[in-house]
Design a protein around this ligand. Structure first.
Ligand code: SAM
Length: 260
């Protein structure tokens, strides 16, 4: 029986063989790889990944699809299906604490929280390849100074080298999503690009700054830092947060730690 796509799970299945091939060529799986795929759906990319001989763990929220995958791959030794919500899953348990590669044509309705969730495992992750809506990839790869630069850009770029790889049109999926898509890679930095004394303070500051992105730093951060603190980091308190780079957010959050 054919599976009816469920909107609530962001199901848009890849059906274009050329796009699937391009994705698999880009991931370039090899027999020794340990790969976790979020949202395998109907195995459009899982099948070619498994054929390369990788140890493949499929994490699917939709029980019907997970059951189908279990039946389909029951005799394939290198595939294991896990039924569950990626947002609530401890990835390190699935891979037994080993280093792994993460892939997925992600459900667009939860893409931002999912990206923040996966960044938790950056120390175990070798690399990540995701299909996302183009607008999200624009934000992930943005530079300071524009409307697309925000919390997602700062956090992704602090943790990873983010590369936009190619765009994919709606017709490559069934059903076709309403938006353009892009394929992106994230490779966690071996050493952080800037020094951050306290990640919690950094995240808090970045959140606060972008929750009031139209305000100047002086006003938007006033319950955290004085204008003179901001100046002491060599930053003009009259600037808007969207003009600051990762390094400047780091400098501000390092002050916050000292002041606490
Ligand atoms: N990988 C398949 C493909 O490329 O055709 C399906 C991609 S579809 C855009 C997203 C997949 O993620 C669906 O199979 C959906 O059921 C699954 N999914 C949605 N939310 C999920 C979650 N929270 N955890 C795990 N899988 C999820």
């Amino acid at each position: 029986m054919e599976h009816r796509a469920r909107k609530r799970f962001g199901q848009n299945f890849l059906v274009d063989p050329q796009v699937i091939q391009r994705i698999v060529n880009t991931i370039n799986p090899s027999a020794g790889d340990l790969i976790l795929e979020i949202g395998p759906g109907q195995a459009a990319i899982s099948k070619p990944l498994a054929e390369a001989g990788a140890e493949l763990h499929l994490l699917e929220i939709d029980r019907d699809l997970a059951n189908r995958l279990e039946n389909r791959f029951a005799s394939t030794g290198n595939i294991k299906v896990h039924t569950g919500d990626a947002l609530k899953t401890d990835f390190s348990k699935i891979v037994d604490g080993r280093r792994f590669r993460l892939v997925g044509n992600l459900p667009y309705n939860i893409s931002t929280p999912l990206l923040f969730h996966v960044l938790q495992w950056k120390d175990l992750v070798i690399d990540m390849h995701f299909m996302l809506q183009q607008e999200v990839v624009r934000r992930m790869t943005a530079s300071p100074g524009g409307k697309t630069w925000g919390r997602l850009s700062v956090m992704c770029q602090y943790y990873c080298e983010v590369t936009h790889l190619f765009n994919v049109p709606p017709e490559s999926f069934s059903p076709a999503p309403r938006v353009q898509s892009s394929f992106v890679s994230l490779v966690p930095h071996a050493t952080p690009p800037v020094f951050i004394r306290d990640m919690t303070a950094f995240e808090r500051l970045v959140n606060q700054a972008f929750s009031m992105r139209r305000k100047t730093l002086r006003n938007g951060l006033k319950n955290m830092l004085d204008a003179s603190d901001i100046e002491s980091a060599g930053i003009d308190p009259g600037l808007r947060p969207e003009t600051l780079g990762v390094e400047q957010f780091a400098a501000l959050s390092n002050l916050l730690e000292i002041n606490r």
